[in-house]
Design a binder for this molecule. Structure first.
Ligand SMILES: [Ca+2]
Length: 76
C-alpha cells in the first residue's frame, strides 16, 4: 500500500533523467525500487507493466502508474 505522495516520490526517484516517465532502463537500474513497483501494481515484471500500460515509446507516466496501482487497490 502507498499514498499518492509516496508513489510520486518513488516515481521521481526512479525517473533518472527526469523526463516525467519511467523507462524500462530506469526500472532495470533500480531493482529494489522496481520490486516495490511490482508489489504495488501486482504485476511481477517491469516488461509486462510497460507492455500493458506504457506508452508507445516503452515508458510509463505517473498518471498511468497511479491508475495501475489504484486498480490493484493499493493506493491509500
Ligand atoms: Ca525517465
Amino acid at each position: 500500500m502507498a499514498t499518492e505522495q509516496e508513489l510520486q516520490s518513488l516515481f521521481n526517484t526512479l525517473d533518472n533523467d527526469q523526463d516525467g516517465k519511467i523507462s524500462i532502463n530506469e526500472l532495470f537500474l533500480s531493482p529494489g525500487l522496481s520490486a516495490i513497483i511490482s508489489a504495488e501494481t501486482g504485476i511481477s515484471s517491469p516488461q509486462e507493466l510497460l507492455a500493458m500500460y506504457g506508452d508507445k515509446d516503452g515508458s510509463i507516466s505517473f498518471e498511468e502508474l497511479k491508475k495501475v496501482v489504484k486498480k490493484a487497490s493499493n493506493l491509500t
